[in-house]
Structure formats: C-alpha cells, structure tokens
Design a protein around this ligand. Structure first.
Ligand SMILES: Cc1cc2nc3c(=O)[nH]c(=O)nc-3n(C[C@H](O)[C@H](O)[C@H](O)COP(=O)(O)OP(=O)(O)OC[C@H]3O[C@@H](n4cnc5c(N)ncnc54)[C@H](O)[C@@H]3O)c2cc1C
Length: 590
C-alpha cells in the first residue's frame, strides 16, 4: 500500500469522537443538512460519556429557587478564578435550554411528583452567590450519561449522520497555509487506511484519565485529540489542573458519584468522625471536589484512615434507607455489590481520591474555535479546527471543575461549535487541496509500528507511566517531586521510541492502537508535569505543599505548553463576562 492508493472521502465536517460532545455537534450539523462524518475508535455508545452518573447542572429552579447568575458565580468560584468568565456566562445561560432540548430528544430524566425534572444537590453549588446549598443537578437516576448518549446516538441515526465506527484517528491533515482539512484514520478491524477530507474538523476525543494508575476513566481515555493537536503545532492549556474525585472505591478507582453525598451521604474517618465539618464548616461533604480530596488525603496522612492499612475513609449511605438508595442510586448500589461484595444500604463504602477529569486541554473560544497566540496577538483562530468537550479548554472549569458541569460543558459547546461551523460552511463552499506532506507524516507515524521493535513492551511503559504520574503528580505536589516526574516521564518518552509491540498477529491492529495511544498519553503526561512544575502557587486542583497560597498577582493566567522545545507560555484569563459584572477573585471558602 502506498499513499496514492489510500481511499479518500469528502465531507463538509469531520467530527473525531462520538461522546456527548461529538454527538451533540453532529446532530446540530446533520439537522442543518451538512454532510457530517463521525469517527470513533469504539462503538459510539461505548464512549466515556456513557459512564457519567450524577447528572448535569442547569438553573431550572424545580426544587429550590435558582438562576443562571448564581450558577455562574459558583462556577467562577469553583474554578478558583481561573475560568474564563465570558464562556462561563455563556454556558450557565444556555444550560436550561440544553436540558429541555435533551428532554425533547428523549432523555428520561428522573421526575418530581409534580412531573418536573428532578434536581439534586451537588458540590460547590449555592443559592444567592454563596448562600444556602442549591439543588441544580438534573439526573436520570445515577445513569445520566447513559441516557444522554443513547438518546443522542438515536437522534443522529435518524438525522443520517455518517458513522465510521471503530476507526482510529492518527493525525490531523493540513493545507499549505496550515489550515486543518480533516484527518488520517484507519479501520481498526481491517487495518485499512482512509483519508477524510473535510472543510472543518472538530476534536471531541475526551479526557486523558489513563495518565494515572487509579482512575475512574475508561481505558480509551488516552488524550488522543490533545496529542494530535500538539503535533499540529497547537499548545495545550492549563494541563497542570487534573481533578481527583474524592470518592473512588478505595484501591480500585471506580467512581461513587458525588450524587451519593448529594442525597445525604457523608464521609467518616476511623474514629467515626464526620471530618468534613472541620475542613468546610458550611458546605461540609458538599464542598468543592479539590477541597474534599485534600481533606481525605490529610486524614489518611495524619493516621485517621480506616482499614488494616489505614489508607482510606468511609462513605456512609446506610442511614438513607434502602428505598432512597434503590430509587436514586441504583447503579452505585450495584457497583458496590459487584466489586466489593457489600450493600451500601447496609454498611459504609471504603473510598479514596481517584483520577477523574482533565481540566486542561486544547484552547478554544466560546464558539469552539481552536485559538492560539500568534506573534503579537493574544489569540487567533486556527482556520477549520474546532474542539469541544473534555479534550478542550474553553475554559469554563479553570483550576477545578464542579460536579455536573462537564456534561453541561460538552453539550453547550458541542452545540456552539456546530453553530459556528454551520456559518463557516455558508461562506466556504469548496474543499481546499491537502498538503501531501501532512498525509505522508501521518502515514509514517502509523507505519513506524509495522516494525515490532526490540525495546521494552508498550504495556510495561504504559504501566510505568501511570505509576510515575500517580507518584509525582497527585493531589499534593512539591518542586522536588514534580521535577523528578519530569525526569522520569522524559526517560519513559525516550524508551517509547524503541518500544516493542506484539507480533504481527490477529491482534496486530489493536497492538498498533495501544502504541499510538501511548504516544499521545506520553505527550499529555509531559505537558502535565512541565506545566505543574512551573506553577508555583496553589490554585484549585493544583495544590503545592511548598507554595500553599493562591498568587493572583503572578498566576491569574493560563499556561500554554507546546510540543516544540517543551516550551511554556502564558495568556491572561478572560475575566470580562458577556453582559454582567466580573466576579473578582476572593478567598475561596466553603
Ligand atoms: C465515571 C465517570 C462519571 C462521570 N460523571 C459525570 C457526571 O455525573 N456529570 C458530569 O457533568 N460529568 C461527569 N463525568 C465527566 C463527563 O462524563 C466527561 O467529561 C464527558 O462525558 C466527556 O465527554 P466527551 O464527549 O468530551 O468525550 P467522551 O465521552 O470521552 O468521548 C470521546 C470519544 O472520542 C473517541 N476517540 C478518542 N480518541 C480517538 C481516536 N484517536 N480516534 C477515533 N476516536 C477517538 C472515542 O471513541 C469516544 O467516542 C464523569 C466521568 C466519568 C469518567
């Protein structure tokens, strides 16, 4: 096979990723009569969005008084003032509309007795700018992502979106001016390559939770879109901010949704003490995630952990009664029965922080356009390229994401990106010629793995990487530990160049996929440790033992990490909202 024999297909718009972000965008485009292709390395309904449990935020005020401005305040505060306030305003205002649209697409939201959509309390949410706890999270029991993803998939089938299921995207393709014009992909089953030419390309490839050993994320969350962006010369933004969810099943990482605490569950240490009262006197167990994760780690470090190794705390749910648990948290109950052999309706669940969410990603504006600093301008759009969902950094989550805000983010910005693309297509009728060198580069990258290599195995390097990241870039960080992380990840990066993959066998294509995924993960890991080592302050999820204070004088700015020379750059936070007044930084207490 040579490049000239590779089949080429043309579409108006290519979407890489079939999670909630990709499918929401695809639907908008297909309904506007654009020809749209969706590429996904797994069958669409297996994307990680399917695993989302607790719900999505929208100020519907169905349970308690609420409005989008309060939601906006909570999100800015939750982000530790690093979120861009124009994008946050846009998201919080759009939220109710996006929920009603989903309802009309067929999402079976849980209901109140009066028939309205049920809303549960979640962490970091308040009424009246920091007052009483709010109830803002719309849920379909504890299987919200499942309901949303399946409804969106069915709507896309109806709208005749073209799916390339189980195709792996290797790299983005460009024209001579550097505009993005599609991607080089291959069919994982047959190995057959395909060049997809498109007037616009949207990256919706999800997060990179596989960076860490203990994680709530699926095996497929390897940061592929972020890797592709880096190789296309686009920097990654705010990669030092990685969210550790406070309540993973201890030692295993599976998620117990924050909804469990929203429904009235609480954490206790070995003395049976409800310790969150000490760390967050007002919000207690529903403080922001970074705050609760640090509290749990501190309890364990100071010897108040539970179990024979005193290495976790307990989440108490049994007082809620079996009826509430069965109605509101049936999936959690099943997870505990399956993986722990215990029923949370009868005894407390052992929990510990686990890697969960990539706050950083590909820099975009609120229309989903990928934007980068060019010469003297703070940012300029990369023609033809968009990003939405967890792979993007728009940035609505800043230094810490609030629970229930990611499903919202992927849907709001998937939709916004599609609307921008629709306008772009109205003015750009023709396909531009590809730069064949960019095709050649992607082809070479894939075929590097034809040679099975002689070095260490891809599996071994991947498991070493996850261990190194857990040890050197976890909840609490110091300069020494982070710098050591840079050293160790760089060494693994070198090893990967000579790594060995399985023989040419029936498993050949999946072995190639694993190798390509690890290359992406490795670049994302480097971006993460480099950015974390540079940021000498504590903000949101980035908690430095050696720099415990937030430093607004020097660090109210986004980090940008480039592949070329592993260089760091910075850009200002967009503190000006669209229509309301700025929320200036304040001490962040819960
Ligand atoms: C266990 C769990 C529970 C969660 N619960 C909640 C919650 O209750 N509320 C909330 O707001 N958020 C929650 N989150 C976060 C939220 O679910 C995710 O951030 C969000 O669903 C990500 O959606 P996405 O569309 O960006 O990507 P994903 O759903 O991760 O989809 C990524 C897509 O990209 C495709 N892809 C990736 N790389 C390639 C490649 N190289 N080639 C081809 N295709 C590729 C994949 O096949 C997939 O289709 C949860 C996350 C987890 C892990």
């Amino acid at each position: 096979m040579t490049i000239s024999n590779i089949q080429r297909r043309r579409f108006d718009s290519l979407i890489i990723g079939a999670g909630g972000g990709g499918l929401r965008a695809a639907l908008q485009l297909a309904e506007a009569d654009a020809s749209v292709a969706v590429v996904s390395k797994v069958f669409p309904t297996r994307s990680h969005t399917v695993a989302a449990q607790g719900g999505m935020n929208a100020a519907l005020a169905n349970v308690l008084p609420d409005n989008w401005h309060w939601h906006m305040f909570d999100t800015v505060k939750g982000s530790d003032y690093l979120g861009d306030q124009d994008a946050i305003e846009y998201m919080c205002r759009a939220a109710p509309k996006v929920v009603y649209e989903l309802e009309h697409f067929g999402v079976p939201f849980s209901r109140l007795d009066n028939g309205r959509i049920y809303q549960r309390p979640f962490g970091g949410q308040s009424q009246n700018f920091g007052g009483e706890q709010a109830a803002r999270t719309c849920a379909a029991a504890d299987r919200t992502g499942h309901a949303i993803l399946h409804s969106l998939y069915q709507q896309n089938i109806r709208a005749k979106t073209h799916f390339f299921d189980e195709y792996f995207a290797v790299d983005l393709l460009k024209d001579d001016d550097g505009n993005i014009l599609g991607a080089f992909v291959f069919d994982i089953h047959t190995g057959e390559e395909l060049i997809i030419e498109a007037k616009t390309t949207l990256l919706a490839t999800g997060g990179a939770g596989q960076l860490f050993r203990t994680t709530t994320n699926a095996l497929i969350n390897t940061g592929d879109g972020m890797g592709m962006a880096l190789r296309a010369g686009i920097p990654l933004q705010d990669m030092e901010f990685f969210q550790f969810h406070p309540t993973g099943i201890a030692g295993r990482g599976m998620l117990i949704t924050e909804g469990a605490r929203g429904e009235g569950g609480y954490l206790v240490n070995v003395n049976g003490e409800r310790f969150m009262e000490r760390y967050a006197p007002k919000a207690k167990d529903l403080a922001s995630r970074d705050v609760v994760s640090r509290a749990i780690e501190t309890e364990v470090r100071e010897g108040r952990g539970c179990g024979p190794d005193k290495d976790h705390v307990m989440l108490k749910l049994d007082h809620l009664g079996v009826d509430v648990i069965q109605k509101r948290l049936p999936g959690i109950r099943q997870t505990c029965i399956t993986f722990l052999g215990m029923d949370p309706a009868e005894e407390p669940v052992p929990v510990y922080p686990t890697a969960h969410y990539t706050m950083g990603g590909i820099p975009t504006d609120r229309h989903g356009q990928v934007v980068i600093p060019v010469k003297d301008t703070p940012e300029e759009a990369v023609t033809g390229l968009y990003a939405a969902g967890e792979c993007a950094c728009v940035s609505v989550h800043g230094a810490n994401r609030l629970g229930g805000n990611s499903l919202l983010d992927i849907l709001v910005f998937g939709r916004a990106a599609a609307n921008h693309i629709i306008d772009y297509l109205k003015e750009n009728h023709y396909h531009r010629p590809l730069n064949e060198k960019s095709v050649e580069k992607a082809y070479q990258r894939l075929h590097r793995w034809d040679d099975t290599g002689e070095g260490e195995s891809v599996e071994k390097i991947r498991s070493d990487l996850k261990r190194v990241m857990e040890k050197n870039c976890g909840v609490f960080r110091t300069q020494d530990v982070l710098d050591n992380g840079i050293k160790e990840v760089s060494a693994l990066h070198e090893k990967l160049k000579h790594a060995r993959i399985k023989d040419h066998s029936a498993m050949f294509n999946t072995a190639r996929v694993e190798a390509l995924e690890l290359e992406n993960l490795m670049d994302v890991a480097l971006a993460t440790v480099y950015s974390a080592s540079a940021r000498t302050e504590s903000r949101g999820a980035h908690s430095r033992v050696d720099f415990q204070e937030r430093d607004d004088m020097n660090w109210m700015r986004h980090t940008l990490y480039s592949l070329e020379g592993r260089k760091l750059d910075y850009k200002p936070v967009r503190t000006k909202p669209m229509t309301v007044a700025t929320f200036p930084p304040k001490a962040r207490v819960y």
